[in-house]
Ligand binder design. Structure first.
Ligand code: AMP
Length: 190
């Protein structure tokens, strides 16, 4: 198996790149943001619970997102996984380590896509305008970035200690960034 995490702030391009890499490497793409948006679109109890949190720029509870990931990992046979937008807290990272261990595998590489705050804000404001996401105001975008700095970025250290962390420049064309990511994908994984 080959298990990767695409890591980085909101607006870094994780979703676009994870989709392309999952096709290229034949891995299952798991995005907790996409799963939560589907729950909202289906108007499920979970979706109704998550909606306000997502709109305010905070994080949905660990138990909810860990439960969604477990269901998906248990429900498919795959060559491996690309996690996108998960884990976002240390508790999620630890739960993921345990889940991988229960399959006698592990996370092989965590690739941090680096993009500075002003570039992120301008990308996300443009996306909000293009897609008519009126909830994505500058204030919410900056709040999401703060949440990333406070709750998510510290777990990069968890993976650095395990010698699993790579950093790539996330600014450039989609193809340029994809090539940088591919260069960090291990050739051999157990
Ligand atoms: P994303 O599309 O990954 O940026 O996720 C959109 C929103 O969904 C985030 O701002 C969070 O509110 C919520 N979310 C997505 N993934 C997670 C996660 N792993 N843990 C907690 N909240 C999450």
């Amino acid at each position: 198996m080959l298990n990767l995490i695409l890591f980085g702030p909101p607006g870094a391009g994780k979703g676009t790149q994870a989709k392309a890499l999952s096709e290229e490497l034949n891995l299952e793409h798991l995005s907790t943001g996409d799963m939560l948006r589907r729950e909202i679109a289906d108007d499920t109890p979970l979706g109704r619970q998550a909606k306000a949190i997502m709109e305010s720029g905070g994080l949905v509870g660990d138990d909810i997102v860990v439960g969604m990931i477990k269901n998906r990992v248990l429900g498919v046979t795959a060559n491996g996984f690309i996690f996108d937008g998960f884990p976002r807290t240390l508790a999620q990272a630890q739960a993921l380590d345990e889940l991988m261990a229960s399959f006698e595998t592990s996370i092989h590489r965590v690739i941090l896509m680096e993009v500075d705050e002003e570039e992120l804000v301008s990308r996300l404001l443009k996306r909000a305008e293009d897609e008519g996401r009126t909830d994505d105001t500058e204030e919410v975008i900056r709040k999401r970035y703060q949440t990333y700095l406070e709750e998510t970025l510290p777990i990069a250290e968890h993976y650095a200690q395990q010698n699993k962390l790579a950093r790539v420049n996330g600014v450039g064309s989609i193809d340029e960034v994809r090539a940088r990511l591919l260069a960090e994908v291990p050739q051999q994984a157990e």
